[in-house]
Structure formats: C-alpha cells, structure tokens
Write a protein that binds this ligand. Structure first.
Ligand code: FUC
Length: 352
C-alpha cells in the first residue's frame, strides 16, 4: 500500500496538496487538504476494471468556481440546514451565517469545505494507510460558539474499505454535525447518470421537508411510498413519481432517513451494469440522500462530462438537519470539552 503526495495548486499563495492512497488491489482514493475534498476514487467493476466513481475536478480553481455542490468535501460545522441560522444554547442566542436565502447551510460561506486543513500522513499499519486532516475553527467563526478543534481521518484498508473518522472538541457548548459530501456514480468515469442505480436503506422513517428543504418536524413512515428503500429501489422510480415531497425537492430526493440499525450494511448502492456495489456502515443516526437534483442548474464540465441533474448522488451520514428546532430529533449539541467522534465505513465491492 502506498501514499503519494503531489502539488495540486495554490490557495491564497499557500500550496494545496493532493494525496493518493492506494491499496494492494489498486483501489485508489485521492484527496486534497482544501476542504478535505475527495477528488477521485478508482474502484473495480465486476471484471476488476478500475474507474472513477465520484464527481470531482482536477484543479483548485474549478472547486472555487463551482463550490455550491460541495463535491467530495467535508461539511461542517453543521451539515444541512438551520432555520434562519438562529438557535439558542443555555439561554444564549446565536446567529450563524445565512448563506442560503434566510437559512444556514453546510456550515456557512466557508465552513470546513472551503478552507485549508493541516495534514499528517498517518502511521502505517499492517493492513491500513491513512491521512489525517486537522482544522482549528476559532470562537465565533461563521457565528458558532466555541473554539473548536476538528480532525478528519481517511483510512484505506486492503479489504477495499474507506473509513472516515471525525473528531471534535470545543471549549464551549456548541453544535457539531459533520459529514462527507461525496457524489457517487458507480457507472465508472461518469458514463451514465445514477437514475438506474439501485439503493437499499434500512430505514422505516424519513423526515418531511418544507419548501425551503427544512424539516417540518414530521417523521413519515416510508411504507407504501417511494421513500421505502428497505428492499432496494431504483432511483428513477422516485424521481419519476409525483410524490409531493419529490416534487418539492426539485424532482428528486433531498431527504434525511432515520437509520434502523448501525454497523450492519445499512446502506447499499448498486449499479447492475458495471456490477459495482458500495456498502456503507455508520454510527450516525441518519443519512441524507441527495440525488443531485440541482446539478443541472449551471452549465460546466465535470472532467469532460456536462453537469446535469442526477449525475451523482450523495449519501450524507450525519445527525438530522435543524435538530436545534426539533427536540425529538437526535441532538447535535456538543458539550464543552466533550469529545465528538463519528465513523462511517465505505466498502467498494462488486457482485462478482
Ligand atoms: C445537499 C442538499 C442540498 C444542497 C447540497 C449541495 O446536502 O441537502 O439541497 O443543494 O447538498
């Protein structure tokens, strides 16, 4: 197994590095220390052919120009939306950046996804290589309370797993809810869109959204709806439906699902044509499924392919959005000097 480091570009005259983690089977994860962005994942199809299965760019300029889809980035401090960017902790009111109309989204203007992180190549273990990214977020950054230290570790194993571990610690009570915003497309080198990908999610319940894509607070039973992924379902069956929740999210999914189990193959994405299969296990309480319903709004190239809706889909393992306004949701409050630790594992398999 090996890690290679290359210069990727410059941000404010500071070098941005590209790290390529490769295991003995040729599986390769590329990431940069700007936003901890995963730029490329080369994974085998059923014949063993390695092709890229994520949306990403080859230059820092493109990531800056097209930042709104958050390709491959770690988002935080808070993944998802906070209504009006306002919340109260211990009687103290806080206003965080309103960067999507009147609401807060994915940590604000820069958040964690548009800043440079420090990096360390992890100690090599027998079956695993890793890269660690660290960031210090000062008290008040984007309006959030507390000086916060965060660390994100990407580990690649010889079992074709990527393990993402997130750590955080704040000197003041705050909110923390990080995720990775990779868009997967298992067809390989973006040959097709994701509409015929089949997705399984072990979830009985999803969170209803309003027109601004904020949770209404209602938890809805998936039974008998296009939100029932328990037995597997092709994305197109939902996108083509007239379910009001699908129409409101720009003809697609952009919804949090509460997970029934943890660490038990709770999410499986499968592309029949290539045979690629992605199996996700997490300790997070929910996953936001976003099917790229807005990727066609602007015209640009993603590695020679025109951006368009449904070119990739995100499986954002995280706690539910806007939880500060819904006491029955899993809380994302991090107490002073407590340790935040979350872990999600992605297995790149095939149906062979
Ligand atoms: C997801 C969605 C959003 C959004 C963004 C890029 O997490 O919830 O609606 O547009 O990604």
């Amino acid at each position: 197994m090996e890690i290679r480091k290359e210069l990727f570009g410059y941000k404010h005259n500071q070098p941005v590095y590209l790290f390529k983690l490769r295991n003995d089977h040729g599986l390769e994860i590329s990431c940069i220390n700007y936003g901890c962005i995963i730029t490329e994942i080369l994974a085998p199809d059923r014949e063993g052919k390695l092709e890229n299965i994520v949306l990403g760019f080859d230059s820092i300029e493109e990531y800056e120009r097209h930042s709104s889809p958050y390709f491959g980035a770690v988002v935080g401090r808070f993944a998802g939306r906070i209504k009006e960017g306002r919340f109260t902790l211990d009687g103290q009111e806080y206003q965080v950046t309103k960067n999507e109309n009147q609401n807060h989204l994915h940590g604000g203007n820069k958040g964690f996804s548009k800043v440079l992180w420090d990096y360390n190549v992890g100690e090599e273990k027998e079956n695993e290589i890793s890269i660690e990214f660290c960031y210090f977020s000062p008290n008040g950054e984007e309006g959030y309370p507390g000086s916060l230290d965060v660390k994100v570790i990407y580990s690649l194993t010889n079992e074709n797993e990527l393990i993402i571990t997130y750590y955080g610690k704040s000197d003041k009570k705050t909110l923390l809810n990080m995720t990775n915003h990779t868009y997967f497309n298992l067809s390989g080198d973006l040959k097709r869109d994701i509409l015929y990908h089949e997705l399984t999610i072990k979830s009985d319940t999803f969170i209803e959204l309003d027109r601004e894509l904020l949770p209404t607070g209602n938890l809805i039973d998936v039974t008998g709806t296009v939100f029932d992924f328990r037995m597997g379902r092709k994305i197109i069956t939902g996108v083509n439906s007239t379910h009001p929740q699908i129409l409101l999210a720009n003809k697609g999914y952009d919804h949090p699902f509460l997970l029934n189990t943890n660490h038990q193959q709770e999410i499986i994405l499968y592309d029949k044509e290539s045979g690629r299969k992605l199996v996700i296990e997490t300790d997070e309480p929910s996953v936001v499924l976003y099917t790229g319903n807005k990727l066609g709004e602007q015209r640009y190239k993603i590695r020679n392919v025109n951006s368009k809706n449904y070119l990739g889909l995100c499986l954002e393992t995280q706690a539910p959005p806007d939880s500060v306004h819904h006491p029955h949701f899993h809380s994302s409050i991090l107490n002073e000097n407590n340790i935040y630790r979350k872990r999600t594992k992605y297995l790149f398999a095939s149906d062979k």
